[in-house]
Design a protein around this ligand. Structure first.
Ligand SMILES: NC(=O)C1=CN([C@@H]2O[C@H](COP(=O)(O)OP(=O)(O)OC[C@H]3O[C@@H](n4cnc5c(N)ncnc54)[C@H](OP(=O)(O)O)[C@@H]3O)[C@@H](O)[C@H]2O)C=CC1
Ligand SMILES: O=C1O[C@H](COP(=O)(O)O)[C@@H](O)[C@H](O)[C@H]1O
Length: 509
């Protein structure tokens, strides 16, 4: 059998962006993220011939697995979550590059053992000392992981050694600062890849192209024309089997501080001078620096939390959050957050940004909707009807695309108007499905491109913005005071008031 390595056609078939041979070490190899997202994404890249043939993946976790068992587990992940194995020969080639090393991230001896294995594999697989370490573990392990990697000399080569840090980056502003200090102690900023997988989504990247690759939208993209902006990231799933993590996190840390803040920053930032990583990050930092909760004196007018209670979805009974396995019955951890934020700069002064995210909402849908101001004078009096404001909705998922809602004349002798849609859909325009965000981000990291990763100061600013809500919600509270919403409904009524009191309402999605 001809392997990919020996196949003389391989070079011609390879895509342009192929990383150097390397070993990717994943800490948290037996966890949900590795099996559901990381390895399926790596295998997809392999199938697309975007990885070098020498690619080697080493999984690290405490449980005592063999290489073969690790390979089986990863195969199951690809079958269940990655669209299947496809060509068995490609899988076999990929699987031969999978290795497992049991170890405890808190113990220095585990890093010595790992370093020995990596050196052996360098020799066997020709990976030339290029190493990426991916911290796919709970945030509690970021500091010990970085310190131990540093102490073992595994990050000492700034060109060959990189580290990927999952979100949430810390648990508040103080811990994010402390984590950034540890990062600075053990390596250089250009070795660090703080991942936020929303930045890897095609549609999120398309916001940049839409805004800065077209001349017609940017003149409208400001306080003179925009009434308000709504960002929704709704999930239909519940906490699943992640209660251990989620109970210490909740929706504010799990989703708002990172994913929603990044969506907001990309929507609100000024045009960068170029597409290089720092130009984009500089613009995002400026937006965060000007951002604050709408009413800093009265939190209830700026931030609402909620928890799903028992309900029905797709005809099935759904337990409430407090009844989920591993969740404390009197927990106050939010599974829903709505916020009203303001950005005090020339572009956005006075324009509210309403954010909402939650689990067990009626469907999985994420979008950014720009609602424009009403026309100054309604001249279609005879129509005896109101026109609706223009809305530009950028759909992040599913049915990725962009929709513009505007008024049109209805056919016929009377001058009657109706709201219509102009729709762009990725699927029908490009005839292909968008790739998973992790494919793009893993590849970028292996190629050394930090553009779609966040920088230390940016993450700290995002924590600063949510600090008043964190401080209030981390304080002990009577569980009876936490707003509830039935599983399968959109939000607690308190979140309706947040926007309704401004004479606006949440979009129906
Ligand atoms: N799951 C998801 O969809 C997403 C997750 N993330 C982030 O990814 C990270 C991991 O999440 P997830 O995979 O869900 O978590 P899991 O709880 O599923 O996995 C945690 C992993 O850490 C390992 N681990 C725990 N303690 C140690 C230790 N002392 N030494 C070595 N390994 C250890 C566990 O293995 P063992 O018990 O064998 O040691 C396990 O492999 C988190 O930061 C999360 O925020 C980000 C986006 C999405
Ligand atoms: O980071 C996380 O994201 C997922 C949602 O990601 P998506 O790509 O499916 O929209 C969320 O379920 C999880 O709680 C969170 O940790």
């Amino acid at each position: 059998m001809i392997t990919l390595q020996e196949n003389p056609l391989r070079v011609g078939l390879q895509q342009e962006r192929t990383p150097e041979p390397l070993i990717l070490t994943i800490f948290g190899a037996s966890g949900d993220l590795t099996q559901r997202k990381l390895v399926p994404a790596l295998y997809q890249l392999k199938k697309e011939r975007r990885l070098p043939p020498e690619i080697t993946i080493v999984g690290v976790a405490r449980r005592d697995w063999s290489d073969d068992y690790f390979r089986e587990q990863m195969r199951q992940g690809v079958e269940e979550f990655g669209g299947g194995i496809g060509n068995e020969a490609v899988w076999n080639d990929f699987a031969q590059g999978l290795f497992y090393c049991s170890g405890n991230m808190d113990e220095a001896a585990s890093y010595e053992k790992l370093d020995t294995l990596l050196s052996e594999l360098d020799g066997k697989r020709g990976t030339r000392g290029n190493r990426v370490f991916y911290l796919a573990v709970s945030p509690n392990f970021f500091v010990p992981g970085l310190r131990n990697l540093g102490a073992a000399g595994m990050l000492k080569d700034p060109i060959k050694n990189r580290v990927v840090i999952e979100k949430p980056f810390g648990k508040d502003l103080g811990s994010a600062k402390a984590l950034n200090r540890v990062v600075q102690e053990v390596c250089r900023e250009d070795q660090v890849y703080r991942i936020d997988h929303y930045l890897g989504k095609e549609t999120v990247q398309n916001i940049l192209v839409f805004r800065f690759g077209n001349a017609i939208f940017e003149p409208l993209w400001n306080r003179n024309y925009v009434d308000h902006i709504q960002i929704t990231v709704a999930e239909s799933v519940g906490v699943e089997d992640r209660a251990g993590y989620y109970e210490t996190s909740g929706a504010l840390r799990d989703m708002v501080q990172n994913h929603l803040m990044q969506l907001l920053a990309i929507t609100a930032m000024d045009a960068p001078n170029s597409l290089d990583a720092d130009s984009i990050r500089n613009e995002k930092v400026k937006v965060f620096q000007a951002m604050h909760l709408a009413d800093t004196q009265n939190l209830d007018r700026s931030a609402i939390r909620g928890q799903y209670s028992a309900g029905w979805m797709k005809g099935k009974p759904i337990p409430g959050y407090r009844e989920e396995p591993g969740v404390k019955p009197g927990t106050t951890t939010p599974t829903f957050v709505a916020m009203k934020l303001m950005i005090d700069n020339w572009r956005w002064k006075g324009v509210p940004f309403y954010l909402r995210t939650g689990k067990r909402l009626p469907k999985k849908v994420s979008e950014i909707a720009i609602q424009f101001k009403e026309v100054p004078l309604l001249i279609f009096q005879s129509a005896a009807q109101q026109t609706s404001p223009n809305i530009l909705a950028m759909r992040i998922q599913p049915n990725e695309g962009i929709n513009l809602r505007f008024e049109a004349k209805m056919p016929g002798p009377d001058l009657r108007t109706r709201t219509v849609d102009m729709d762009f859909s990725y699927g029908s325009s490009f005839g292909m499905e968008t790739a998973d965000a992790y494919n793009r981000l893993l590849l970028d990291c292996m190629l050394g491109d930090q553009t779609l990763f966040t920088r230390g100061d940016e993450v700290e600013e995002a924590w600063r913005v949510v600090t008043p809500a964190l401080a209030a919600w981390d304080a002990p509270a009577d569980p009876a005071t936490i707003p509830q919403y039935e599983a399968g409904t959109w939000q607690p009524t308190e979140a309706e008031f947040l926007i309704n009191r401004d004479g606006r309402r949440w979009r129906r999605l």
